[in-house]
Design a protein around this ligand. Structure first.
Ligand code: ADP
Ligand code: MG
Length: 663
């Protein structure tokens, strides 16, 4: 329930009442720990580079001093005086290059390793989540966490360490060298810095919120794109390409472009891929659009102004901006050239201040870098929060663990004891009420009833995709909750649904999905049992035919028979057939039905059917209505009763007389 509530109030627009997830430092530490040694090496190299970086401008300052002296006095030899200095400078530049390359390479290595580890951990934890979790989430949004957010986190991490170290050491180094040269300058800077830091902290919290909204929007766009590409046939059939483009990755926001939407566009309602107006959050896309642009303005501004600051420095103009030294102070410090613009380099540097100038130039520049960094760190932290959020989520129904019944003792008797159930994301709707049903071992029980009556829900409870809200389901008298779910799903129950889903690989691998490690012979046997062997061998590539994504290159009947083979290869004791033939034409239905009849022998079978003609042979027919069992009996008994079942039969006979009846 908590899970669905969280979804109902999207984090993008969380009000004051919603707790924003926090960055999980503990988890981060676990990912970082294996790389501490390399990180240490990177930090040492970065510190070295920073040291060199502080040295270079000081030497440059000396060089400028010599140049200035030479142009003023025209005494001595310029070359001899500057040779030593120049060589020194060249060596330092070389060293700086090497050190920088070294620590960037090391940091990249750590970043890539960590990103890979994080992706793996997140993916494996996502696969473990309850079905209810996936009911509430869009796959595209989950994929976005695996890709975009991990990426964002990785680059922020790299930047934070490399830039952060450099800027911090530079600021410190400059302050030290500045204090040796002039106490007045140092004091002024020390006063200005805390004020800037304070402003930065204030910006931070606003920025974090914006960043989260922004990433949420990207995730949403990815979700739309994923859904549209995955269901391109439906999109094409409704000529919805344009709309999907506007709400998916083609959305200007995604590319960080300025709003390119026309007035007409803005007037249109937001439409979800299904074509339904998104009434739950009508204003969301516009809010988020705003958010993305605001964020871009905030985080793009520092690099722009920072560049400006440096340019302005050398042209003698200073522009006001948070990360820089206020112009008033600049004027105080450099009365000689403030206000004068476009001065040539050698003439504008006052010979009295060259060292102060270089140190002072570097200090605000490093602080400006820190502010850029700050924006990036905020982005990275919120991306990391999103990655770690699902990494720590633990499912209510574990994947494995629990009791197994040995194969020789397994009878396959299933009972639903007064089961009540409502879906976690729709707690208001009770789908099953006090539902009681027994599936005797080795018998076929048919479940019929209106569409939406809860038949598939019964099958889902039996697979333990969900746990009942009240009551219990037992297998051979043991509560399903005490049994090992992976054993239950992997070896006991075979499930065939109305819309079989295959994977985009070969026929062979698709069938083997039911029993990893099965031999080729087992696969052929299962295919024969499912009436699939013939059509498979008729393909030019036989069992090595690739079926296309979700089995898109096969007909419905072929897909269903492959799904049946995949279920039969695990030799299940219990078979659930959820409207397995209802989507098929009569010829395919005959082939599938034949295979199903063969497979049903000796197994406990739950047949869910809408078309009543298919359940006539069942040992027992159960009629469901309003989440309860209404009638139980054989076809003849129920007909004799003349109640719900015979009513259903009469209605279906009127709608479409089955072939046997019309004969
Ligand atoms: P049937 O198989 O008999 O047609 P279902 O068991 O699929 O019916 O659905 C029963 C009810 O539960 C329907 O009202 C349906 O809207 C709802 N429902 C089905 N699946 C979900 C789900 N994953 N989340 C929330 N509600 C669901
Ligand atoms: Mg159903």
């Amino acid at each position: 329930v908590a899970l669905c509530e969280a979804e109902a109030a999207p984090p993008a627009r969380s009000g004051p009442g919603v707790v924003e997830p926090r960055f999980n430092w503990k988890l981060f530490w676990q990912f970082l720990r294996p790389h501490l040694l390399v990180l240490g090496a990177a930090i040492v190299l970065a510190l070295g580079a920073a040291l060199v970086n502080v040295q270079i401008p000081l030497l440059l300052g000396q060089l400028v001093e010599i140049v200035a002296k030479y142009t003023r006095d025209h005494v001595g030899s310029f070359l001899t005086e500057s040779r030593n200095l120049s060589t020194h400078l060249l060596i330092l530049y070389g060293l700086q290059g090497l050190l920088t390359f070294g620590y960037l390479a090391l940091l990249s290595r750590i970043g890539e390793h960590m990103a890979a580890d994080m992706r793996r951990a997140l993916f494996s934890n996502l696969l473990r989540q309850d079905i209810a979790f996936f009911d509430a989430k869009k796959t595209g949004q989950l994929v976005s966490r695996l890709t975009t957010d991990v990426q964002e986190f990785k680059s922020s991490f790299k930047l934070a360490i490399s830039q952060g170290l450099r800027s911090c050491t530079q600021v410190a180094g400059c302050l030290v060298s500045l204090s040796m040269l002039s106490t007045r300058l140092t004091l002024l800077l020390m006063v200005a810095t805390p004020a800037l830091m304070g402003a930065g902290t204030l910006m931070g919290s606003a920025l974090r919120k914006l960043s989260r909204q922004c990433q949420e929007q990207v995730a949403r766009a990815t979700g739309v794109a994923d859904e549209a590409l995955g269901n391109v046939r439906t999109v094409r059939a409704f000529a919805m390409e344009q709309r999907e483009e506007e709400h998916g990755l083609g959305h200007p926001v995604y590319w960080g472009l300025p709003r390119g939407r026309t007035a007409a566009d803005r007037g249109r309602p937001h439409v979800l891929p299904g074509g339904l107006p998104d009434s739950a959050e009508p204003a969301a896309p516009h809010d988020d659009e705003e958010a993305t642009h605001r964020l871009d303005r905030w985080t793009l501004a520092p690099p722009l102004t920072q560049g400006g600051a440096c340019d302005d420095m050398s042209s003698g103009n200073f522009v006001w901006g948070p990360p820089r030294v206020p112009p008033v102070i600049q004027c105080l410090l450099f009365p000689s050239f403030s206000g004068r613009s476009n001065m040539l380099f050698p003439t504008f540097v006052s010979p009295r201040f060259p060292r102060e100038w270089t140190a002072l130039d570097l200090t605000p520049r490093s602080m400006a870098n820190l502010s850029v960094l700050f924006g990036q760190v905020v982005r990275g932290l919120s991306a990391g929060t999103r990655v770690f959020e699902y990494m720590t989520l633990s499912p209510c129904i574990p994947l494995s663990g629990g009791h197994c019944i040995p194969k020789e003792h397994l009878r396959g008797a299933i009972t639903f004891h007064n089961v009540s159930f409502s879906y976690p994301c729709r707690p208001g709707l009770q789908v099953l009420r006090d539902f009681t049903l027994t599936l005797p071992p080795g018998k076929i029980v048919a479940l019929v009833g209106q569409s939406g009556g809860g038949k598939t829900t019964v099958a889902s409870l039996l697979e333990r995709f969900y746990d009942p809200t009240a009551g219990m389901v037992t297998l051979d008298g043991q509560d399903l909750r005490a049994l090992d779910p992976s054993w239950l799903r992997g070896q006991v129950i075979g499930f065939i649904s109305q819309e079989p889903v295959l994977f985009g690989t070969t026929v062979m691998e698709n069938i083997r999905f039911g029993k990893p490690g099965a031999s080729d012979e087992e696969v052929y046997a299962a295919a024969r049992e499912a009436n699939a062997h013939e059509f498979i061998t008729s393909f030019p590539e036989g069992y090595n035919t690739v079926v296309g994504e979700r089995g898109a290159t096969l007909s419905g009947g072929q897909k269903q028979r492959l799904a049946l083979a995949r279920a039969l290869i695990k030799q299940p004791s219990v078979l659930i057939l959820d409207e397995a033939t209802s989507a098929l034409d009569s010829e395919s239905e005959r082939l599938v039905q034949e295979a199903l009849d063969r497979a049903s022998a000796g197994r406990t079978v739950l047949v869910i059917a809408h078309r009543l003609s298919t359940v006539r042979g069942a040992h027992q027919i159960v009629v469901m209505a309003h989440g309860r069992v209404c009638e139980v009996g054989t076809h003849e008994e129920l007909l004799k009763k003349g109640r719900l079942y015979s009513e259903l039969i009469r209605r279906q006979a009127l709608d479409a007389p089955p072939p046997e009846m019309s004969r």
